[in-house]
Design a protein. Sequence first.
Lengths: 105, 320
Amino acid sequence: MSTMRRPTYLILTALAEAPRHGYGIIQRIEELSESSVRMGPGTLYGALDRLVEQGAVALDREEVESGRLRRYYRLTPQGRTELAAEVRRLEQDRRVGQAALGGAS
Amino acid sequence: MSRVERQAAFLLRAYPPVWRQTRGEELVGTVLDLAGHRRRVPLRLAADLVTGGWRERSRQHVGSVGLAAAGWRVALTVAVVAQVAVSLVWLRDWVVTGTPAILAHFMGGASTVTYLGALIAFVVAGAAWLGGWQRTARVAAVVAVTAWVLTTVVFHTLSNPMLIDWLQVIPWTYLAGIATLGLFQTPPTHARTVGAAAVVVVVASQLLSTGVVPIGPVGYLVVEEGQLPIALLDRGADTLHTALRAGWLALALAGLALVNLDPRPAAAAGWLLPFVALDHLYWGGSLGLVTGVVAACLVVAYALSAGRSSRTEDGGHLQA
């Protein structure tokens, strides 16, 4: 099973909570990563395009706020399944690592 | 329009036109949000936009094949073109002076063994393929390419007939790859035909280089220039178009700059001047720098040419 890249993981996690527009996704990713990941829009929209193509993310709605076009994206059932699988994998890795550290002490 | 908005719109030009029409407004809005009260787009943000635009152009142009693979295909095709052009200069000398352009010397050692092994394996692969023994053809093709790579990578410091000059290494390796891929292809017939033709040209040309098969200027012309139609057939008119737009200019500019390092080419090369200059530079041992610069120019030009065509392929895994 291929490993999900961290930016992808964070995008899906941000969208799992609620549909968001691009700026909202970037802000939420920064919060989730405690400012360790600061994604730019060039990176984000490229990732969103591919996630939409792969069916993990879909366009939710369009709005105009303060004269700016905002497109909101949501996580699809497929995206939710992929994210859940990745969470399980990370949790398993965490348990293995913690056991190794605990066993070495 | 604010200054930040003007800068964002300018940076957006890194993206393909079609992408700008559908997503540009959304992207600019996000940039304005991120810029906040700043009077200009932050440098990190600007770099991210340019990088994103480049990636989008390459993605639209080559799909999941990747920019590097596409760029190298173009670069290799141009290398073939350059080698063909240089060989024309040699051929002219041959016809005028009566002196064969290539002097062949067999040198002893492991490089000759792997080199001959590659040639023999290519012949076996081609014959097996023609005879319908597909497994034998594929095994022989793998052996041939492996021996070929060994000869070029491992033994490149030794003199041997295949490496008369570095300019030939790149196109011959390219043709070897085409030959192998062609032998591995199931239909369409086009790819298999190109592969088989590449096998013939590779083997015949290298036998020419060794001097084992005596051949006059006409034969030399056919064999050496036979690389070009194969390279063009491999990629078709698209490669020629892109190469002419991007690689030719880069190669010509590199040659014109290099001619100042060696006055000899200026006297006789005429319109082939850039290629002769490049060949002399190769002899001088600056292959790595020249090839890297030229290849980089080709990759940049190829990426920038995206947006006028789009080929998409299935990317596979959930990755972004």
